[in-house]
Design a protein around this ligand. Structure first.
Ligand code: ATP
Length: 336
């Protein structure tokens, strides 16, 4: 472990719950180093234990074995107050404080720093306003929590974590209720925070494409396996990203950056430039259209034309994939 580069370390931890004198292990042994000043995304299928790992990392539930070190010290040796000053956490728990205003909820992020009366200093107020500006929630300041949408609440919770200003911010599925644009915006905001404020952020997410796009490091969690950690681009090029996929039916396509079926047809007789040929092949495959060897589709781009040919004979041409597909679907089934 490089102490200057790592804020949090897991050493062979086993995570799980104790219930009625019974121990239920969810995952382990898991080892990891959370790198300082980086955005790390934790990905894995439902129920694999991501939230349990987060709760174990923050010391909320004890590890069944192994240890978590925060700034080189076992997590349970840090006082709750000291952790609250250094670590901001946004969990998936429902907020019940519906009668608080958005502004009041974000202000709660400053609690570890205020006096026992909860008085906010000028510095506290500045941190709150900055956090609300960054998450574009300032306009909601006077709304009651019960009056805002789930997506807005997610952003407000992120604002509260930012206002808390810990060096380490942990978020469990912060973009779950957000629309696509907001999901990108939030992840890019988190990336900006790591880069500009040198904060360390660990995010649990199911958005593989957004995680690849924004994270410095991915942690891939799969049932019964060690955590796979690495830079997204390395994990893609080595093929290790496929460890996230549960079976042989799906594969991560490093060319398109998307998950696709391994059954996708190849269509060597679609001839033309990218991205036209890839999208046409996807449409053919999706519609389960076979293209016999003696047929070819040539793509001309100015103006755009998809020409179906048999040998030298052009059977027809279309300027849209949708209309080409409709005609191909109407033809009698041909077999290679
Ligand atoms: N308080 C609890 N007591 C006992 N078992 C629990 C408790 N909380 C979660 N579990 C179990 O631990 C396992 C992992 O749950 P966890 O919520 O950590 O998964 P996850 O990867 O975060 O899932 P998801 O992606 O669906 O949120 C599940 O089998 C769950 O039933």
């Amino acid at each position: 472990m490089d102490q200057n580069k790592t804020i949090l370390t897991g050493k062979g931890i086993s995570i799980g719950y104790k219930k009625n004198n019974k121990t239920i292990e969810v995952a382990g042994p898991l080892s990891f180093d959370l790198k300082k000043g980086k955005l790390t995304c934790l990905l894995g299928p439902n129920g694999v234990g991501k939230s349990t790992l987060i709760r174990s990392i923050m010391g909320q539930i004890p590890c069944l074995a192994g240890e978590v070190l925060f700034r080189e010290k076992p997590i349970q040796e840090h006082s709750a107050k000291s952790l609250a000053r250094q670590m901001s956490v946004v969990l998936t728990d429902k907020i019940t404080a519906g009668n608080l205003t958005v502004g009041q909820l974000v202000s709660l992020g400053r609690t570890p720093f205020t006096n026992w009366l909860g008085d906010l200093t000028t510095g506290d107020k500045k941190a709150i306003t900055q956090a609300m500006e960054a998450t574009k929630t300032l306009y909601l300041r006077d709304y009651l929590i019960s009056e805002i949408s789930d997506g807005q609440l997610q952003k407000v919770m992120i604002a509260r974590a930012l206002a808390q200003d810990g060096d380490l911010i942990i978020l469990d599925e912060p973009t779950a209720h957000l629309d696509l644009i907001n999901r990108y915006e939030i992840m890019h905001l988190l990336r900006e925070i790591t880069q500009q404020q040198n904060k360390t952020i660990l995010v649990v997410t199911h958005d593989l494409d957004i995680a690849i796009d924004s994270a410095d490091e991915l942690w891939l969690m799969q049932c019964g396996e060690p955590l796979i950690c690495g830079c997204p681009e390395d994990l893609i090029l080595s093929g290790e990203i496929n460890r996230l996929l549960p079976n042989q039916k799906l594969i991560f396509d490093p060319n398109s950056g998307k998950i696709r079926s391994t059954k996708v047809k190849k269509y060597p007789n679609v001839i033309g430039p990218e991205p036209y040929s890839s999208w046409l092949k996807q449409a053919l495959s999706k519609n389960n259209i076979p293209l016999p060897q003696d047929y070819s589709i040539y793509i001309k781009t100015t103006p755009l034309q998809f020409k179906l040919q048999k040998g030298d004979q052009t059977l027809f041409s279309k300027d849209q994939i949708a209309s080409l597909i409709e005609i191909l679907k109407g033809l009698p089934q041909r077999k290679d």
